[in-house]
Design a binder for this molecule. Structure first.
Ligand code: HEM
Length: 421
């Protein structure tokens, strides 16, 4: 029999959503609210007209159905959303049009999406990622050695941010001296992906976006003058018939790759360590048997996904979870809820590093399936692999403070003490 939830049961789908997006308990641990959604409101029409899906199969089906796609509007998804925030989103969108920003593939539909993705996808194939594995390992082991020497510290500052930013920064061609400044800039920019972002979060995010955009505009100009052996120079040189990318498009795609390349993976590593610290039996099991590394990383992704929310807009008449839906309807997929769907994962609330039940929904599905999934897995595997080798013990030394985001869920810090093997 499953355990009763530790929090009062929500009174409706909208009540559960309010807890998930805005409530203190829901932001710390949305799982009881996700469970309510799956059981009582698996295809929920919220008061503002958006549909929320929480079962694995429904989420996957929607993400794979090209009658649904990306919309150009940037409105808030919550009926409880602050009207000032909604206005800031509208103003920012108009400004982006005036300033001629190009969209990255994440926000495009075919054929523009297909074209942009094809130009960079070769860099992220399983073969290309495996070719990078040895250098990722060397980097991870060097960083873990320093961490052990220091006796530990904040895992996010010392390992979970530096490793992915070094890998993607080198691939894209962002100079090393500039990496540290991007951590807070990208976190601020990503506020726009959060349904419950306040007007102030959005203003700060837009200001950060302007800085990042200016930086990449300058970097494109610099690489035009001095090409290097990196993805950015490759995109500048690419001659796809007459179909070259404009400078604006190169800025959009390189910014996306660089930002998505560390923001999510930092949280994947942090959330993964958080899950192990909360389940010392599973940590001991992994430390005693490193052949469980790959299933353990899959379980970290499933149990506390760094991306919990995705969504589409109905572009042409379609059915969602078997029901007809109108063009223009927003359909949100609660990936974190899908990852705890008992129809797909046995005893889903249990964190079990030996699971072998197929991939979680954390990387999405369909044409926008995460381009960096192979890379994110390789980095996380190598980092935990290095920790298993070099650290005899890992102990939590302070509170794991959640950063109160749902689309890109993570901790503010993961303080640990480590001893050498
Ligand atoms: C644990 C880490 C990561 C998670 C959980 C994650 C998750 C996701 C998800 C859910 C999507 C689909 C968005 C949608 O359906 O609209 C996505 C797209 C994408 N991800 Fe990741 N991601 C991760 C790491 C990375 C890395 C390391 C890169 C590096 C290049 C990356 C690059 C991208 C790009 C470019 C897209 C857009 C693909 C498209 O629109 O076709 N991601 N990611």
């Amino acid at each position: 029999m499953s355990k009763p939830d530790p929090v009062p049961r929500p009174t409706s789908g909208d009540d559960a959503l309010a807890h998930i997006f805005l409530g203190e308990e829901g932001l710390q641990d949305p799982s009881p609210y996700y469970r309510y959604m799956r059981e009582e409101a698996p295809m929920h029409r919220s008061a503002n007209g958006a549909i929320f899906l929480s079962q694995y199969d429904d989420c996957r089906e929607v993400l794979r159905d090209n009658r649904l796609g990306k919309s150009t509007t940037n409105e808030s998804l919550l009926s409880s959303g602050d009207p000032e925030a909604a206005q800031v989103r509208k103003d920012q969108q108009m400004k982006a049009v005036e300033e001629n920003h190009a969209a990255s593939m994440l926000f495009l539909n075919p054929p523009a999406h297909t074209r942009q993705r094809a130009l960079v996808s070769r860099a992220f194939t399983p073969r290309r990622v495996e070719a990078l594995r040895a250098s990722i390992r060397t980097l991870a082991e060097g960083m873990v050695d320093e961490f052990v020497e220091a006796g530990g510290g904040d895992l996010l500052d010392a390992l979970a941010f530096p490793l992915p930013v070094a890998v993607i920064g080198t691939m894209v061609g962002v100079p090393e001296a500039d990496w540290p400044q991007f951590r807070s800039l990208i976190t601020a920019t990503a506020a726009g992906l959060e349904p419950a972002a306040t007007a102030d979060d959005l203003r700060e995010g837009y200001a950060a976006h302007a800085v990042v955009r200016g930086y990449f505009q300058d970097l494109v100009a610099e690489r035009k003058a001095n090409p290097a052996d990196d993805l950015l120079s490759g995109l500048i040189q690419v001659a796809d018939g007459d179909d070259r990318l404009s400078d604006n498009e190169i800025v959009a795609v390189t910014t996306l790759l660089f930002a998505a390349g560390f923001e999510t993976t930092t949280n994947m590593i942090g959330n993964g360590m958080g899950a192990l610290l909360r389940h010392p039996d599973q940590m001991a099991r992994l430390w005693n048997n490193s052949s469980l590394l790959n299933p353990a990383v899959e379980e970290m992704l499933r149990w506390d996904s760094p991306v919990q929310l995705d969504g589409r807009t109905v572009l042409e008449p379609a059915e969602v979870a078997g029901e007809p839906v109108e063009v223009g309807t927003r359909v949100m997929t609660l990936l974190g809820a899908a990852n705890r769907d008992p129809k797909h994962f046995e005893d889903p609330e249990c964190f079990d590093i030996t699971r072998d039940e197929g991939p979680p929904m954390s990387f999405g599905s369909g044409i926008h399936y995460c381009l960096g999934a192979n890379l994110a897995r390789a980095e996380t595997q190598e980092l935990f692999g290095a920790m298993i080798k070099r650290c005899k013990t890992v102990e939590q030394t302070g509170e794991l403070r959640n950063r109160r985001r749902i689309t890109l869920r993570g901790y503010l810090s993961v303080p640990v003490a480590v001893t050498a093997s």
